[in-house]
Design a protein around this ligand. Structure first.
Ligand SMILES: [Zn+2]
Length: 166
């Protein structure tokens, strides 16, 4: 196997100066917050990352993740594989002022002592891209539309309220 695990932290400014590209893997077990939403934490996700500086001199990280995640269908309660390939464009900043000044096509990501927590950032992107209600695209259990609304939305809002009060 020629593919490697990507480093947990990198110096994004040095990588951007050199326009580095990084292709590699992240173990799902190394992303415990994501793991909490999964039925299985076996396997890896594949990432393609490009560091660089744009015309405005902003340091960016653009990339794409390929992931197959084991979720539980909330209709039939069986596990299924959710395939996603989210891509992202992040603006690398060290202060909140810099973050606020970023153009809107970048999502800001803060460095800590000059280092960027790469794995954590990939975990965040995956969590953001999880479905709110996981379910098979074509589930064997079909519900009429109206009933589905009743089942899912108000219930979820209630749960969210309960969470907030804790
Ligand atoms: Zn299902």
């Amino acid at each position: 196997m020629s593919e490697r695990y990507i480093p947990e932290h990198v110096d994004p400014y040095r990588f951007a100066e050199q326009s580095l590209q990084l292709h590699g893997l992240v173990k799902i077990t190394d992303m415990p917050r994501l793991g909490m939403s999964l039925q299985s934490t076996d396997g890896n996700v594949t990432v393609d990352l490009r560091f660089g500086k744009d015309e405005q001199g902003l340091t960016y990280l653009k990339g794409k993740i390929e992931a197959k995640l084991a979720l539980q269908c909330q209709r039939c309660m069986e596990p299924y594989i959710y395939e996603i390939i989210p891509d992202f464009a992040l603006g690398i900043v060290t202060t909140l002022d810099e973050a606020n000044a970023l153009p809107s096509h970048y999502e800001p990501v803060l460095t800590k002592e000059g280092a960027l927590a790469l794995r954590e950032l990939i975990e965040d992107e995956l969590i953001l891209n999880l479905p709110i209600i996981p379910k098979h695209a074509e589930c064997k259990i079909q519900l009429p539309m109206a009933e589905e609304d009743k089942r899912e939305n108000p219930f979820q809002m209630l749960e969210a309220l309960k969470e907030r009060k804790k």
